[in-house]
Ligand binder design. Structure first.
Ligand code: SAM
Length: 215
């Protein structure tokens, strides 16, 4: 990652930590774990959505698995971060030679219209900072955006929610974070078919791959 991208990411953390929800961009190891199922299920004409792309660390890894005829929609709510990715797609060799068709969408994921059109969703959203009802709505949106049999991969930082609950106890923040844990746990228990622990990331993370049941 180039210095200017790092600086913009750090600025976005300082500006709105709640929305950015990270202390550093994802590591290469986390990016590889997040794209593991995509790599395994390669087939022609894939439609992929990345949500919360930041400066594009995971985007870089996604495009390695895509070719001509594939489509990638990159959703990023922050205007400056979306601008960095657009710039990287033109100038940065790790993104500029992409053969798939890539669209950067500078809008919140919540504004996407609910039509099943993606084979994969790679979600990097910081759920811990959201309201439990918003997290539930986003998982249901992912269900609606995925084609039947589609896969959603997402990560959460290990122990961060537990630590936040311990520190905030019976406060409103504690109740919110514990509510988020329940929502995420419910989707993991029902639909997750593979997890992977990634220690080489700041903080260490757990990647989950889920497939919503049909019907
Ligand atoms: C934890 S960072 C992940 C950045 C990058 N993918 C990585 O892993 O290094 C989360 C990103 O989600 C974006 N984000 C937060 N809420 C969003 C929303 N409702 N819709 C789209 N993007 C959002 C933030 O601006 C931020 O760039």
């Amino acid at each position: 990652m180039q210095l200017s991208s790092k600086r913009v990411f750090l600025q976005s953390i300082a500006r709105d930590f709640k929305r950015t929800g990270a202390i550093a961009p994802s590591s290469k190891t986390l990016a590889q774990a997040m794209t593991r199922e995509l790599a395994k299920h390669r087939r022609p004409d894939l439609r992929v959505l990345e949500v919360g792309a930041g400066t594009g660390n995971i985007t870089e890894e996604i495009v390695r698995h895509l070719g001509p005829g594939d489509d990638l929609d990159v959703c990023e709510i922050d205007r400056k971060l979306a601008g960095i990715i657009r710039h990287r797609l033109k100038k940065d060799p790790s993104l500029s030679g992409v053969e798939a068709s890539v669209r950067v969408i500078n809008k919140p994921i919540e504004s996407f219209d609910r039509r099943p059109r993606y084979d994969f969703i790679i979600s990097c959203l910081p759920f811990t900072n959201f309201e439990p009802a918003a997290v539930h709505d986003i998982f249901e949106l992912y269900r609606d955006l995925l084609k039947p049999g589609g896969i959603c991969s997402f990560y959460e930082y290990i122990l961060v929610r537990k630590a936040a609950c311990l520190m905030t106890g019976k406060t409103a923040v504690g109740a919110r974070v514990s509510g988020v844990s329940k929502v995420v746990r419910n989707y993991i228990d029902r639909y997750c078919y593979r997890h992977q622990v990634v220690l080489l990331n700041l903080p260490p993370a757990m990647v989950h791959h889920i497939r919503f049941a049909e019907g």
